[in-house]
Design a protein around this ligand. Structure first.
Ligand SMILES: C[S@@+](CC[C@H](N)C(=O)[O-])C[C@H]1O[C@@H](n2cnc3c(N)ncnc32)[C@H](O)[C@@H]1O
Length: 277
């Protein structure tokens, strides 16, 4: 079962759904096979239990598989690490769309992104819409790098507030485990990360010079800008990131789309604009 995180839970699903419809409208005129890849597929349902009445909304996997107009995807590939979620999703799909060509696998998304990249290299007539929707710091930069030069439109939820910012301790004294995690997710060395997110100031005190290390004030926005810039090293185009905030206005995630196609970039920016605030 997946828990509802806030309004942004619904918004990211609507964005991917709207984008998928526009994507399939364009793809209808081409001979390409269309693959939908969902790297953090969930159980199919999302439960909102912070009210007395429990609401259930459909997760992205179900919303996407229900699309028949303008056309369906030709292949669906769902990855989910939790066995119970995987089984629940598989059962729902069997009920809703038994005729569609679907694969539901229980694995770490990183493994499957690399396998997808190999598959796309061997099948140049396949085009992919991918949705990467982790709760936290699960996506390795090396997995993103594997997608270079491929026909993929990648929507990714980047845990800038909920993940990256939380690991960046205010005084720069980050544990080795946290630094390793930041290096793995950002594809940067510890020194590069520190140089980007911290500034040091040296002041003259009674007992000589002292150097203080302080985290940049706007570390969450800087993390969003950084990830967009890094994605641009792998993909030709990266959309404007959408800030997803919690009920108190804090940024939890930056949501963005990367592609090698200029039309995809334009559509993604239009969809993001529609769902901004
Ligand atoms: C934010 S939820 C996904 C919600 C889903 N996109 C939806 O619309 O319903 C994240 C899901 O990823 C799964 N997960 C966590 N780590 C994972 C990993 N490394 N690889 C694949 N799935 C993972 C969790 O079990 C959870 O179901």
């Amino acid at each position: 079962m997946n828990q509802f995180g806030g309004d942004w839970t619904q918004r990211k699903i609507e964005i991917v759904y709207d984008y998928a419809k526009a994507y399939l409208t364009i793809m209808k005129s081409y001979q390409f096979k269309c693959l939908y890849f969902d790297g953090f597929a969930g159980s199919g349902n999302i439960y909102n239990n912070n009210l007395i009445d429990i609401d259930i909304i459909k997760g992205a996997a179900i919303r996407i598989i229900e699309i028949n107009d303008p056309k369906s995807f030709d292949i669906y590939y769902f990855v989910e690490l939790d066995e119970a979620n995987k089984l629940q999703l598989e059962a729902s799909i069997k009920q809703i769309a038994p005729e569609k060509k679907t694969h539901v696998v229980c694995d770490d998304c990183n493994n499957r992104m690399i396998k997808m990249a190999d598959y796309l290299k061997a099948n140049p007539l396949v085009r992919t819409l991918a949705f990467i929707d982790p709760y936290g710091m699960s996506v390795k930069w090396s997995s993103i790098m594997s997608l270079k030069d491929l026909g993929i439109d990648l929507w990714i939820l980047v845990p800038t507030g909920i993940g990256i910012n939380r690991l960046l301790k205010r005084n720069g004294e980050i544990s080795e485990a946290w630094l390793n995690k930041l290096e793995e997710v950002l594809g940067m060395t510890a020194d590069e990360i520190k140089a980007y997110f911290y500034k040091s100031t040296t002041v003259q005190t009674l007992f000589g010079e002292e150097t203080f290390v302080n985290k940049e004030q706007n570390a969450i926005q800087k993390a969003g800008e950084l990830y967009k810039k890094k994605l641009n090293e792998v993909f030709k185009f990266v959309s404007n990131p959408l800030e997803l905030k919690n009920s108190t206005g804090s940024i939890m995630y930056h949501f963005m789309m990367a592609s090698n196609n200029s039309a995809a970039f334009k559509i993604a920016n239009d969809v993001i604009k529609k769902y901004k605030d």
